[in-house]
Each structure stands twice: as structure tokens, then as C-alpha cells.
Design a protein around this ligand. Sequence first.
Ligand SMILES: C[S@@+](CC[C@H](N)C(=O)[O-])C[C@H]1O[C@@H](n2cnc3c(N)ncnc32)[C@H](O)[C@@H]1O
Length: 258
Amino acid sequence: MPATKKISAATVRADFNDLIAVVHYTRAAHKLGLWKSERTLIERFFPDCNASLLEAGCGAGRVTLGLWDLGFRQITAFDFAQDLVDQARSLAIERKAEAIQFLHADATKLSAKRDKLTVPFAGALFMFNGLMQIPGRKYRRAALTKLRAVCAVGAPLLFTTHDRDWSPTERAQWRLETLRWVRGDQDPRLVEFGDRYFSEDEVGRTFMHLPDRKEILEDLAATGWKHGFDALRHDIARESAAVRDFSDECRFWMATRA
Ligand SMILES: C[S@@+](CC[C@H](N)C(=O)[O-])C[C@H]1O[C@@H](n2cnc3c(N)ncnc32)[C@H](O)[C@@H]1O
């Protein structure tokens, strides 16, 4: 029997380039825009609209165009799913935001020289769990390291993760998952404990690593980022039903480049 293939960056990229996912994220970019919590934290941690920002995992441009609407004019946004970048670029043209620079690039391999980035950036964002959609902790750390390399000292990085410990239900589910890993009964496609790979009718297939708080604190420290803030979304803002329908509870993080 052939060995089951582990989820890789190629799996995740193909899932995001899939038509179902492209329609889902494009619709959100056109209709949903920034969540209240995102707007609150962007205004708190990026108070200067003249700052040059780098957005990783921009998808179809939901946050990118939100930044533009908040008055940011020096935005570079990239994603490794080409079909999503094409959608983001087309939305920017439609909204007369052609000054936004879009790139097709992989966060784990980002290079100022190869990707022709004007560095250093005064701030960076990796929103809606994009960082956690990178399979393998060493690759998530590689992305944090590459982002650090193109940011100025003190630059804030805002990102979100899920949180394995956020509710009693989650904790109970992860206790069961622990037993599966101890017995070796986990989904063989998963790379590490904390991974999930699931499918939803209107979103398509999603890979997601769910960390605990300690893991992120360690990853930030190991990659030269200084933890500045973290909080669950419901403690930041009460989101509309549309936002809650689009995205589960998450934890926001802000770290500054050491
Ligand atoms: C959940 S989507 C969020 C998209 C968009 N930021 C939004 O909020 O609608 C996560 C995005 O991260 C991108 N992504 C995942 N891994 C990446 C990587 N290694 N390099 C660049 N983009 C990546 C995916 O292609 C996807 O567009």
C-alpha cells in the first residue's frame, strides 16, 4: 500500500488556488472588508498612515484594500496562491488603488533582492491565520525569520492564530486528539500535533495548525520578534454575524522586530 502523502506547502497552495476557495476569499474581499477587531488593532499598532507596510498572505485583498481605505498608501502585499493575487490586483484596479504593489511570493522564501522589495518596511501583517496555514513549525519559523529580515527595528508584526485552549470544547477535542497521536491513529496526512485538515462546502479544503500560546511565544523569541500583545478576538471587539460566520474565534498577536 502506498504511504499517505503528508500535507505540504504545495497542498496548501493548490487548495487556495482551487476555484471554491478563490470565490470564497474574493467574495470576502469585495463584501466583508476589515473586521472590527482588525481595524481596532491596525489603528492602535500602525498609527502612521505614511508607514510602508508589508502584508503577507493577502489572499484576494480583503485586508489590503481595508488598509488602503484607512489611508495607507505604501502597501506591498503578497501571497503564494497566484489566482488569489490576481483577484486582489483586479479589486485594487476596480477601487482605484493601483498604487498597491502585489507580488506572487512565498513567505517562507521571501527575499528582498529576488522579490524586489523596497526595504525596510515599517510594519508587517499576516492576517486571518495565514501563518498557521504553513505546514511544519520550522517553515512557520522560516516565514517569521524572512519577515523579520525585511522589517525595520521596532516594526510591528500583526497576525492571528487559532488557540487550542480557548474553550472547554476545544480543550476536550484536543485531549481526544492527543490520545489518537499516542496510539498513532491520527490522520496520517498531518505533519504535527495541532494540525487540522478539513473540508467545507463553500470554502474548500483547509489546512490549519492550531498552536497553544506557549508555542507562539517560543516561535517569536526564536525568530527575533519581541512579543508585545495578544488577546482573543472577542476581547477586542464584538463582530457582526457575517464576520463570525466567515471566521471562527482567533487570537491576535503583535510583536515588534527586535
Ligand atoms: C485564510 S487566507 C486569508 C487571506 C486574506 N488575508 C484574508 O484575510 O481574506 C490565508 C492566506 O495565506 C496564504 N498563505 C499561506 N501560506 C503562505 C505562504 N507560505 N506564503 C504566502 N502566502 C501564504 C494563502 O494562500 C491564503 O491566501
